[in-house]
Every structure is written in C-alpha cells, then in structure tokens.
Design a protein around this ligand. Structure first.
Ligand SMILES: [Zn+2]
Length: 451
C-alpha cells in the first residue's frame, strides 16, 4: 500500500464533498470520484464525528474502503477542506490487517496520492500510524506466541536504533524487590512475568509515567472464566501494555519534546497447582497487603505494583494507567468510548480534550470516597473485589482500588475494556486490536499537560 503526497492530480480524482447544508463542526462528508465514464460516490461511514479531525480521519479511511469496494487500485485526492495529516492517517490506519498467520493473506496493492502538503505532514502521519500499528500487532498476537519474555523481545527488536531506553526486570528481580502483585498473578504460569520499561527523553523534564496492563493471557486463574464468556479473546488483555509502549515509540519517531516512561507489567494469569488461590493474601510493592477474593481481578494487582514503582522510581509529573480492566466499563460506555477516572481534574480534562481532538473519546466516571469502604478487608489492608456476586459499579470500584496505590502524584486511570478490541472493521478501526489510547496519549504528550 502506498499513501503519499504528490504535486499534481492524475487519473481517478477523489474529493471531499460537504453535503450538510449547515456546515460547521457537525458536517457530513461524502466522497466523490470521477473516472472517464463513471461517477463514484459514497458516504463516509463515520460521519458527524466531532470536528474537522474526525471528518478528515473518516474521509481518509473511507477512501481506502472506496478503492476496495470499487476494485480500484489508485486514486489522487484533492486535499481541499481536509486536515491532511488526519486524512493520510485515516487512509493508512484503515489499511491495517493482521495477516501474519493467514497463509493466503495478500496485502492490498492500492495507492492513494494526496495533493500538496509538506513531507513533514506525511512523516508525522506515518509515525503515528506506525505507533498505532505496533500496538495493534502486539495486541493481536496470540498468547501462545507472545509470552511476557517474547513481548519484551518483540519490543527490543522494534526499538533498535531509536532513542528509547529499555529496562527489564525478570522474575528473580521482581521477587527480590517485592513485586508481590506481579509475582502473585504470574506464578500459576510456566511463562514467568516481566516488568518492561521504555523511557523516552525529549525534554529533560520530569516524565509523564504511562502504566499499561500487560496480561498476555487472562484465563481468570483459579476463578477460571467460562467457555462462553469470551475467554478466547483474552490474549487482548495485554493491550494497555501494548499501547503505552507504542506511545513511547510514537514519541521517539515524532521526536516529541516530551519525557515519557512507559511501564508494562507482563504476566500470564493461569490456573495451576502453583497459582494464586482465592482468599490468598499478597504483599504489593507499596507494602500494602491485599486479600485476593477473586483471581480474575488480577489486572489491578499488577497495576498496583507498577503504579507504586512508577512513583518511587521516576518521580513523574503525572501518572496515567491504561488497562482493559472491567466488563462493567463496557456495559456503561460501550466500546467506542473510553472511561477516565482520576485524582486531578486538570489531568482528566487534558485527557478528555486530547481524546476529542483525536476521535478517541473518553467519558469521566467519578471516584466517590463513599464507595471506598466496600474494599475494606478484615484480613488484609484491602481486598481486590467487594465479594462474589457483587456486581455494582465495577469500573469505579476498580478505579478506587488503584487509587489506594497513588500518593500525591496527579493520576488518571483509563479503562479501555471493549475499546481495545474491535469485532469488525469500521472507519479507520480494523477488526482486532485497535490501539485505542495511543493517538490520544501522543496528542497529550505533544500538547503538554495542565496539572
Ligand atoms: Zn481477569
């Protein structure tokens, strides 16, 4: 596939057509193209998304589909009225396929040429797409071929030659240094855990720490998930880790003036004779003890360790965790909207703003103190769930659990459950891992925080 910038139009020409009489920020865009005999036209699928960026992303993505639907191989685009970077990004992202394991998979040989624009714009769009696609690749990889150690290896390979410092703690380091959450969750698997860090230094200031949940497979542990509950999709429980690592990749490719440290606790949550048992009590990195009432609420245990580690080791200006954490979040907001919670309203606002500008929308959920008592334990400092059968406010309670491991640092928690994995192609989103959060967090790193 080729997406590039050219100086003149040729052959089949496409352009955005504003078909909404009112214009403004809620425009609908359709895509028109003219060949010698035929006029092609289609409405871009993702219309009425907020603002110009959404329209241009949709246009770029719609154009890719347009070629496929009409069996066309090459199109020139009149870029008038488009945000060029977003249009190029939309075209590129929509072309993504995870075809690695399909022996008959053939890449689409299509070319999309956008008229006029700087090479810088093209480079920027390509860098963002590469970051998103790396997150998708990691997210889509089956658990059988991406253990924690293999995840680390894949990241090291990808970052070769880039100005990003990679750090790895293995199971021995983790045990010695008291990462009781990560060790506890990982000990049921034959594939031992890792803690991966990727540090990008572009400004020399205090970093933004990005913590991502990396459960390479979540069976539920001894609280085994049922066969009809989507267990076969649980290779995607590592998408938070894939996303935060890919944000540092994007920052390095874009040479952003920002400091980022991505921290990815990587574990496989499996049932075995050595696995964590319901009722066990673990001591986390922070020193706090947790009564584990349900081994399927494991993401918060490894995040607890990583959040405490991030604050102690890196003194970040802000702390953001990204996790496919709760089914309740999917029930509340569906897959197209991420949930955001936090202890600092300015940070939450910055994330919501960055999400709006990149069409990765977030909706804030509260963290009310009066629910905190639900996590009180009689046997330890805190318990990881309220109890079996308690189904209320699961996304919020998970957020409140994480809050226990954050001190004064401005912190936000992004629950991307459902958003991380798409069942079908739609606009620039390809079926499979979506990389949801990569573009908004890159935007945040680029524009800066107000905390
Ligand atoms: Zn789980």
């Amino acid at each position: 596939m080729v997406v590039d910038i050219v100086n003149e139009l040729g052959g089949l020409v496409a352009q955005a057509e504003d078909i909404s009489p009112s214009g403004g920020s809620q425009r609908e865009i359709s895509l028109g193209a003219m060949s010698n005999e035929t006029k092609f036209s289609m409405k871009v699928e993702e219309r009425k998304i907020i603002g110009r960026h959404g329209n241009s992303l949709s246009f770029g993505a719609g154009l890719s589909k347009f070629l496929a639907y009409n069996g066309l191989k090459e199109v020139w685009v009149n870029s008038d009225g488009l945000e060029l970077r977003d249009a190029i990004l939309g075209s590129t992202l929509a072309q993504y396929r995870f075809g690695k394991y399909r022996t008959n998979s053939q890449p689409d040989e299509v070319s999309i040429h956008y008229l006029s624009g700087s090479e810088g714009v093209l480079k920027k769009a390509r860098a963002i797409a590469e970051a998103v696609n790396f997150a998708r690749d990691l997210g889509n990889e089956p658990a059988g071929s991406l253990s924690p150690a293999m995840f680390v290896k894949a990241v090291k390979q990808k970052f070769k030659g880039l100005p990003v410092e990679i750090g790895v703690l293995d199971e021995k380091d983790l045990e010695e240094q008291g990462f009781g959450g990560i060790i506890g969750v990982g000990k049921g698997s034959v594939n031992p855990p890792r803690l991966l860090t990727a540090r990008y230094t572009g400004s020399g200031e205090r970093p933004i720490a990005l913590v991502g949940k990396g459960v390479v497979f979540d069976s539920g542990g001894i609280n085994l998930k049922p066969s009809d509950g989507g267990i076969e999709r649980m290779y995607s429980d590592k998408c938070g880790a894939a996303d935060v690592i890919s944000v540092t990749l994007g920052a390095a490719l874009l040479a952003l003036r920002a400091d980022l440290i991505a921290i990815a606790p990587l574990v496989e949550n499996m049932p075995s004779g050595g696995a964590l048992k319901p009722g066990d009590i673990i001591k986390t990195y922070s020193g706090k003890t947790v009564e584990v009432l349900n081994t399927d609420a494991e993401g918060r245990l490894i995040l607890a360790d990583a959040l405490a580690y991030a604050q102690q080791e890196f003194n970040p200006v802000a702390l953001i965790d990204v996790a496919t954490l709760t089914g309740t979040k999917v029930q509340a907001l569906g897959s197209r909207i991420g949930a955001v919670m936090g202890n600092n309203q300015e940070l939450v606002n910055s994330i919501v703003g960055a999400g709006d500008r990149t069409c990765e929308p977030y909706w804030q959920l509260p963290l009310p103190a009066f629910y905190q008592d639900l996590l009180k334990s009689e046997r330890a400092d805190i318990r990881n769930v309220v109890g079996s059968g308690f189904r209320e406010a699961g996304a919020i309670i998970a957020g409140l659990f994480l809050n226990e491991f954050v001190k004064e640092t401005p912190w936000a928690h992004l629950d991307i459950a459902g958003s991380a994995l798409a069942n079908s192609d739609s606009g620039w989103t390809a079926r499979g891992a979506t990389g949801f959060s990569v573009r908004s967090l890159l935007e945040l790193a680029e524009t800066g925080l107000e905390v």
